[in-house]
Design a protein around this ligand. Structure first.
Ligand SMILES: [Zn+2]
Length: 322
């Protein structure tokens, strides 16, 4: 009964527009920054419900969301402006340029784009390992899989368990990542080119175009490792912006943390990031840990509704948890 009442209240605030007034009130009243975090924006006809769909959005849904945000809220790239909503993208997928940028331009919106140099046109790997892992898992055939020190059977009913095991293995054994990637590229029927548009990286020319338009470009570490499970030496290297990117990235004082999961990223990691010269850290968690460690709403696919308003309606509830 309580659950039904809560749902009634939730949808009631959504459809009456009360949530919009509520968010506007809180944006003015509370010193909490509201930031949204996106990843892939995919053309409707190319959108498939596989394992990467959770952090992908249809172009039409993104269009409706941007229309709603630009009509109802102040949207800008000032991450210290507590009266505005800020849009961010992580991982540097080509769809950020080919699909998202055009729509942002259509509504006169500017956003932040956080880049991994492993996932740029200039890198030998060219794909982000997380994307490649989920794409492979979406098509993997049952059987025994082994690379490096990993070994596990994939059956018809253990995909979720297999994924958890594989992900956990990779984030604790990053030295085996290249072995995993070459294993799936050469020993399985996986064809990354079948879905190349979805996983291709941006080029430096495209990034220059976006920067000239007025987007902000920041860093998301070199290899997208889980920062809480690597040594201080590896972490130090992950935080260094390579020379060729120094002219591309214009906001090198802000770091977006990969995965952004605080339980693996402890205060020691935060301190090492600040020691490396960063002034602000962005998480993928809703709640901020202070003015210099800011939370973001990870806009996942379960929130892919014609209008983002129903998802934002949940945001004030997070505030009351503080
Ligand atoms: Zn990321």
């Amino acid at each position: 009964v309580i659950r039904n009442i809560a749902q009634l209240l939730y949808w009631g605030t959504h459809y009456s527009g009360a949530n919009k007034a509520w968010i506007k009130y809180l944006l003015k009243k509370r010193d909490v920054k509201l930031m949204l975090n996106y990843h892939h924006i995919v053309k409707d006809e190319a959108f498939v419900q596989n394992l990467t769909h959770g952090y992908s959005h249809r172009l039409s849904a993104f269009d409706a969301q941007m229309a709603y945000l630009s009509e109802n809220f102040k949207v800008n790239t000032d991450i210290d402006d507590y009266n505005s909503i800020t849009i961010t993208f992580d991982d540097g997928a080509k769809s950020n340029f080919t699909n998202a940028h055009g729509l942002l331009e259509k509504y006169g919106l500017k956003a932040w784009f956080f880049l991994n140099d492993r996932h740029l046109d200039t890198s030998p790997q060219r794909t982000l390992w997380v994307d490649e892992m989920y794409e492979w898992l979406s098509h993997a055939k049952t059987g025994s899989y082994a690379f490096g020190s990993f070994s596990k059977d994939l059956t018809n009913d253990n995909l979720f368990e297999f994924e958890q095991h594989l992900f956990d293995h990779l984030v604790h054994n990053f030295d085996e990542l290249d072995a995993f990637i070459s294993f799936i590229r050469s020993n399985t029927h996986f064809d990354l080119n079948s879905n190349a548009d979805r996983f291709a990286p941006m080029s430096l020319d495209e990034l220059a175009h976006m920067k000239a338009y007025g987007h902000e470009l920041g860093f998301h570490t070199r290899n997208h490792y889980m920062l809480g499970s690597i040594s201080s030496e590896v972490l130090a290297n992950e935080l260094v912006i390579p020379d060729y990117l120094k002219n591309v990235i214009n906001r090198s004082e802000v770091l977006s943390i990969p995965f952004g999961i605080p339980k693996t990223v402890n205060s020691k990691v935060f301190q090492e990031i600040f020691d490396a010269g960063y002034k602000t850290i962005l998480l993928n968690e809703v709640r901020s840990k202070g003015a210099d460690i800011k939370g973001r709403i990870n806009v996942v696919n379960s929130s892919e509704l014609p209008k983002i308003s129903s998802y934002l309606a949940r945001w004030p509830l997070f505030l009351f948890e503080r």
